[in-house]
Design a binder for this molecule. Sequence first.
Ligand code: CS2
Length: 488
Amino acid sequence: MRLSRKALAHLARGVARPGHDPAAICTGIVHLGIGAFHRAHFAAYTDAVLGCDPRWGILGVSLRHADVRDALAPQDFLYTLSLRDGSARAPRVIGAHTGILVALEDPAALIARMAASEVAIVSITVTEKGYCRGAGGELDATHPDIASDLAAPGRPKSVPGLLAAALAARRRSGAAPFTVVCCDNLSHNGAMTGRIVSQFAALTEPDLAEWIADEVSFPSSMVDRIVPATTAEDRAEIEAALGAEDAWPVIAEPFTQWVLEDRFPLGRPEWEAAGVTLVADVQPWEEMKLRLLNGSHSAIAYLGQLAGWETVAEAIAAPGMVSLVAALMAEVAPTLSIPVDVDVAGYCRAVLARFANPALKHRTAQIATDGSQKLPQRLLQPARALLKQGYLPGRIALAVAAFIRFCQGCADDGSVLPLSDPEAASLRARASGPGTSADIVRGVLELPALGTTDLARDEAFVGAVATALEVLARSGAQGVLGDGGRKK
Ligand code: CS2
């Protein structure tokens, strides 16, 4: 038996099913980026409140690949969410999607759906690199997808191009603009999205750019749930628990958090009933999460890749890793304006406990991808803030050194480390020299995508990263950790 609406009544006892009829929901939301994170987070919150208001079903969109659509279409877009922490937990079937489109196959059809008046929200999870940002985080007009969208305006394939085209269609038809919610791990993610869409529009239709800046709401949000990529083993386990085959279930940790600015002129689902925190300003939340959780994640991923630790749980169990990550979080904490009512020490302890979840199998290789897009908001902006306060951030320097060594392409045991990053070629060349360690560090920090030429000129910081790089080369990641990251 394959999971489907018809099969819902026949699933194993204890499997949680949608609290609404998945056949009876409308499309109030279009979501760009139908990956595992969206399906375990945004879709789960929305699924929980569709019983109260069926208007808010989600039309999922894959930008390029048909794989998720092809896996889920035969099962009426239903899939299983399985939460893992080592205890027995019943899987839950999510039925929040009304369909899935592949943008590249028929961009005009997608734009027409986004322009339909029943759609009040367009949300996005396309990872950091999906926004086609260049130096300084502004739109990169030379990005191949942007260049292609400018050359063929009827067939946009980039996120800024699709949003601008759909907003232009709404403006032409006199429909009010939808609200755009960015759900990616970027600083000021709403304002950033608004800026790149306006910048794209300014290249084609300056009036539209003005209208977007004046009329469209781009609330920022902080999203948090650890969602490893689904494996064949996961699929088999879920089939056994469900009593039905699910071609693409998602696995996640039990913890989930979503803090969202409440600026939705055309309305929104009653997400607060599902546990979403609605705030006027998300920035303190966003910074806390990006710098404490994601910054630590990146440090663990690069050290873990060098040492040969495949998962975060394995890396965090290595001697010295917990004290290093705790020290990194303590170093970064003074750069944060902590949200009211948050106990930062408790938050850090909870993050460490989440990393230790042995049931999750979150691969360090997954987190280590796209460092050029992740490091600025996770590690380099807090480094800059600390240097301004007169403090030399030694733990951040070690994490940056681990990143540079990772980019060189060789683990401590000599095995090859693949580099998956839009800046891969340039990163590898800069990380591999020539020159002294300090020259290498300066070369990497001068990579335009990082926006850190100021840090490249900070001799103390460059020196700290260069020393850490030399220690890593001499003692390996494990050797550095042996002494809680303090070895010189
Ligand atoms: C991770 C994030 O892959 C990564 O870069 O740091 O996906 C992380 O798991 C999530 O942001 C947790 O909310």
